[in-house]
Design a protein. Structure first.
Length: 169
């Protein structure tokens, strides 16, 4: 419980000053990533915060490292939350990205850690969904490759998917 409160405060406050993500230069190969979220939640709405790092370890203290940044903030129904990159971002292709995805509805939150290595000229979509109620809390993230011509989504496996519990050291 204490871990969840600390994680929530860290994310809402910008995780101790994590910088916003800067896209790669337009003349370099890249891929496109879009996040979507859809939760059953109280009528007051919910928000999803996505931070990332590009270190090899999916868990640990790397979200506060030099390779960490705030990537996306999505909101539904909370006028106090400003969205960040709701229309997606371009990612460099020479890195493995690990995401800390936290969805919040009032005091209820759900965190997932995922990672994958994007390929050049590909478009991806990560869908985050679940329930954020005081009596039922669950969340999942799914990665899809999007075909630009047909708009079809094909499932892709994450390289890492799970829950991390960072040590308090």
């Amino acid at each position: 419980m204490r871990f969840n409160i600390v994680l929530l405060v860290c994310l809402v406050a910008g995780c101790a000053g994590l910088p916003d993500y800067a896209e790669p230069p337009t003349d370099t190969p890249s891929s496109k990533l879009l996040f979507k979220h859809d939760f059953e939640a109280p009528f007051l709405g919910y928000s999803t915060f996505v931070n990332f790092h590009t270190e090899e370890e999916p868990c640990g203290k790397s979200f506060g490292s030099d390779s960490g940044a705030r990537l996306v903030v999505l909101d539904k129904g909370n006028p106090l939350i400003s969205e960040l990159n709701p229309d997606g971002v371009k990612l460099s292709i020479d890195k493995k990205y690990t995401f800390m995805i936290l969805s919040v509805a009032g005091p209820i939150n759900c965190a997932i850690y995922t990672s994958f290595s994007p390929k050049a000229n590909e478009s991806y979509e990560i869908k985050v969904s679940g329930e954020l109620h005081s009596f039922s809390r669950s969340c999942k993230a799914e990665l899809f490759k999007a075909d630009e011509n047909t708009k079809q989504l094909s499932p892709v496996e994450f390289e890492y998917y799970g829950n991390c519990h960072e040590s308090a050291e």
